[in-house]
Design a protein around this ligand. Structure first.
Ligand code: ADP
Ligand code: ZN
Length: 525
């Protein structure tokens, strides 16, 4: 490490992981982005080659990432190569020849390449000569359908274990909750492997989750007040929204670029290059943007739409502040996010299995719970990854503890209202209409359906529309209310409604934060 890479010492668990691999043992390594996973297999690869074990294979899903790594290794004088679809036939042959002659220390390969007969023959031949030193499986969560980036080609990687028994394997990932972890172990047959879990904390990132009122304006205010001229990433759910948001930000004087899978390859590349090279650009993107992009000084990551789960949230926000300097993770979320995510999971036209939907639902619920919680965000985030911690002092809830209110009675009113409306009209209605009834608003629709006659008409006039939306969000998260995707997102009671109606389940909600005055900066860090 000192001679080749020039680092004075190992970080965190690196030394143990390296020693374990050099000794020829399997391992599963969980380390956050930027934690230094690469060295964990690069050093064993160098050491094991010197010990006479030959070549190390690194499975990596992203061509761009392979190129970067190989270039960086060349810079420090390590013989590395890659095999992927970007190479011509002759180039591939040359790479194989070098490896065959023992001139290569690390060979990076895409997972689909590993599964080809040609490459397997090549590995077989090396194995017979005792010249396979190590398999490193990077981004190992890709093997799990519960992970956020499932790649079917990863499934085939079990064959490494079966075909090359005795060659140590190192699976590495930056994201894995308990269920994904267990799945990686099972899928890659790592039952005997040691598991190294680093802390997932990113102390320099300040987490902030706000209630969506006018998301764009809230975003603009956040950027202007706290990140004027900084580089940042704004995640949106759809391509259309990416484009609209980028355009709008530009009109407001923010230097924003769009990025999504619907743009031409050239435009994507151009925008990405500019983001990496120039200062102070805001990349407005779908989640297609980010994996493998190593820009150290991203000062904020903003979510205009809620991600699918905590792993996605962690992964995306983790792109902020890799240089260790203070950075912000900001998210605006609201009722529509909950409804949308639920709808996608429950979509009757998707081929997903019931089991899959159930797992996705519980993952979404964990994120909703975190978003609604009045206590430390980081504590909850880390707890999700199985890590205990104390309140952090560097998230919105720690810095400005929110008030909570007892919404049990309000929740019961809302549930009764959903029930009465359905009983009277035989069909369900959407959130806005239900809230109008509760607040006693005599709209045209209320007249048309004679909903002013309901016993629940006006029983919630004491609460604001925003408060009702917050109650409804919570009830959706708890599955006390469900939306009917087939019928224009109308509401109906869910399985958890009974307990709440019976008064057996208290509900406490965070009080909506008072609107911050423009220009009132948060305390300096
Ligand atoms: P990951 O793959 O876990 O996201 P990398 O392997 O790319 O992280 O490492 C992140 C950064 O940390 C790289 O710039 C790397 O050179 C640096 N790094 C890794 N280990 C050490 C160390 N022991 N000392 C100093 N810098 C390190
Ligand atoms: Zn906190």
């Amino acid at each position: 490490m000192q001679q080749t890479f020039g680092y004075p010492q190992f970080r965190g668990l690196q030394a143990d992981i390296v020693a374990n691999a050099i000794a020829g043992q399997d391992a599963l390594v969980l380390m956050p982005t930027g934690g230094g996973k690469s060295l964990c297999y690069q050093i064993p690869a160098i050491a094991r080659q010197r010990m006479g074990h030959g070549l190390s294979i690194v499975v990596s899903p992203l061509i761009a990432l392979m190129h970067d790594q190989v270039r960086a290794l060349h810079e420090v004088g390590v013989a590395a190569d890659y095999l992927n679809s970007a190479l011509t036939m002759e180039e591939s042959r040359a790479v194989e020849t070098r490896a065959w002659r023992g001139e290569t220390t690390l060979l990076y390969a895409a997972p689909e390449r590993i599964n080809t007969p040609r490459f397997l023959d090549f590995l077989d031949a090396l194995h017979q000569r005792g010249q396979l030193a190590l398999f490193a499986i990077d981004e190992a969560h890709c093997v799990s359908q519960w992970g956020h980036d499932f790649r079917p080609e990863y499934r085939q990687l079990t064959l490494l274990h079966e075909r090359y028994a005795g060659v140590p394997r190192l699976a590495l990932t930056a994201t894995a909750d308990a269920i994904t972890r267990a799945d990686i172990i099972e899928r890659l047959q790592l039952q005997e492997a040691r598991v190294f879990v680093s802390s997932f904390d990113r102390p320099n990132i300040r987490y902030q989750i706000v209630e969506k009122t006018d998301a764009r304006k809230q975003l603009l205010r956040f950027i202007e007040d706290e990140h004027d001229g900084d580089a940042g990433i704004v995640y949106c759910q759809s391509r259309k929204k990416v484009e609209e948001t980028a355009e709008w930000l530009c009109m407001q004087g923010v230097n924003a670029l769009p990025y999504h899978a619907g743009l031409s390859a050239e435009e994507r590349q151009r925008n990405q290059d500019r983001f990496l090279r120039e200062d102070g650009l805001v990349m407005t993107a779908t989640i297609a943007f980010g994996m493998g992009i190593d820009k150290p000084d991203v000062r904020f990551v903003a979510h205009l739409d809620m991600p699918k789960n905590i792993e996605g949230y962690y992964q995306e926000t983790g792109r902020a502040g890799r240089d260790g300097q203070p950075a912000d993770a900001w998210m605006a979320y609201g009722l529509a996010d909950v409804v949308n995510q639920r709808r996608m999971i429950d979509d009757p036209h998707s081929p997903a299995s019931a089991e899959y939907r159930q797992v996705m639902r519980s993952k979404l619920d964990a994120l909703l719970t975190m978003a609604e919680a009045p206590d430390c965000r980081r504590q909850r985030l880390l707890a999700y990854f199985g890590e205990q911690s104390a309140p952090c002092g560097n998230c919105d809830n720690c810095l400005n503890p929110p008030q909570t209110w007892d919404a049990t009675e309000a929740a019961r009113k809302l549930l009764s209202c959903v029930w009465r409306v359905q009983q009277k009209s035989g069909i369900g209605f959407g959130a806005a209409h239900i809230i109008d009834i509760l607040r006693g608003k005599a709209t045209d629709k209320v007249h048309q359906h004679e909903h002013a006659r309901l016993s629940t008409f006006g029983i919630g006039a004491d609460l604001s529309e925003q408060q009702w939306r917050s109650v409804l969000r919570q009830l959706l998260a708890l599955d006390a209310v469900q939306t009917d995707a087939e019928a224009f997102n109308t509401l109906r009671l869910g399985p958890a409604a009974r307990d709440i109606l019976a008064g057996q389940r208290p509900i406490h909600l965070r009080q909506a934060a008072p609107r911050q005055e423009r220009g009132s900066r948060r305390p300096t860090r």
